[in-house]
Design a binder for this molecule. Structure first.
Ligand code: DGY
Length: 320
């Protein structure tokens, strides 16, 4: 009998199909990650695991799972998985692309607007009773309309984000591993070298996946090259950013502000200095968190598992 582990509680309605063809174990917590020990212990007889981006599928994990045929990650990103080692061991890795593109682009755009217009700061001021009256520069932010946005990463999410920027009358630069002629012609984005992108942009938005090449890309030197009133947005992965450098850049006014949906260590520690900075807006990694999209992502994981257990091609296997 095939055995499946799902490392977080998902609604029962998604399990019916899987229960017909396998024994399904589901970690009962909805909010908290499965502790590493339990993850290791409960995986060692499983054929398929449905993982979250907080579960590390590394050598130790893979060596611990002799029966494992597939790891299906409930995310488009898969930097939590050692792809090379999985491939070496013949383990299929799947992710959930496409179904989350628009929702994640929407969050990126929201974060840009929220940071530009100081929305969290303004709402907190009202809630704490600090609103004493109208004033010409009260919570005055920065326009988005007519500004230049530099998008780092022109994958599906980068393109969907660019479409939104177009609707807001922005000039759109992008930098990507390779040029994206379809986006250049279809959306009207212009390719820029990385240095040019960070110097020219009023908003620098990271939508790229985390790889060895992009790790630590946004560092002191890069922030110092940005405009002094630039806003940095990251919806990719926290690992793209050297966080101490970002903090200093905001504190020294090398840049104006930052909006982050992702952090190097999640969840953020209570005493993290970012939390004291009004010009740094932090969200709890909710890029794809609409009910419709999370339903679609879970369903896609289930469909991938069904295909794999039926010895059919998975729908969204990650190419290595
Ligand atoms: C993912 O799925 O990788 C994104 O981080 C969603 O927020």
């Amino acid at each position: 009998m095939n055995k499946i582990l799902i490392t977080r509680a998902v609604p029962e309605r998604f399990l019916n199909d899987l229960q017909q063809m396998s024994e399904v174990t589901m970690y009962p917590e909805e909010l908290k990650p499965m502790p590493r020990e339990a993850f290791l212990e409960q995986s060692n007889d499983k054929t398929v695991v449905i993982t979250m981006l907080s579960d590390k599928v590394d050598r130790e994990y893979i060596d611990n799972c002799p029966e494992l045929k597939a790891v299906i990650n409930l995310a488009v990103g898969y930097d939590n998985i050692d792809l090379d080692y999985a491939a070496e061991k013949g383990i299929i890795v799947c992710n959930t692309p496409d179904v989350l593109t628009e929702t994640t682009a929407e969050l990126a755009f929201t974060l840009m607007l929220v940071t530009a217009r100081r929305i969290t700061e303004a709402a907190e001021m009202v809630q704490s009773g600090g609103w004493v009256g109208w004033s010409p520069y009260l919570m005055a932010g920065k326009d988005v309309y007519g500004k230049t946005v530099g998008i780092y990463g022109m994958g599906m999410i980068g393109q969907a984000f660019a479409q939104r920027c177009k609707g807001f009358g922005m000039k759109i630069l992008y930098h990507n591993r390779s040029r994206h002629e379809e986006a250049e012609q279809g959306i009207g984005v212009s390719y820029a070298e990385f240095d040019e992108l960070i110097k020219e942009s009023d908003y620098v938005v990271c939508t790229a996946p985390l790889t060895d090449e992009t790790k630590g890309k946004f560092n002191k030197e890069v922030f110092q090259q940005m405009k002094n009133d630039a806003i940095f947005i990251n919806i990719g992965r926290g690992g793209h950013v050297i966080e101490e450098d970002l903090l200093q850049a905001v504190q020294n006014q090398d840049i104006l502000a930052a909006g982050l949906d992702v952090l190097a260590v999640e969840p953020i520690k209570e005493d993290h200095p970012f939390l004291k900075e009004p010009n740094i807006v932090i969200l709890p990694h909710i890029g794809s968190a609409s009910v419709e999209t999370r339903d679609a992502m879970i369903q896609l994981c289930v469909d991938n598992a069904r295909h794999i257990l039926n010895s059919e091609e998975p729908l969204t296997a990650v190419k290595n």
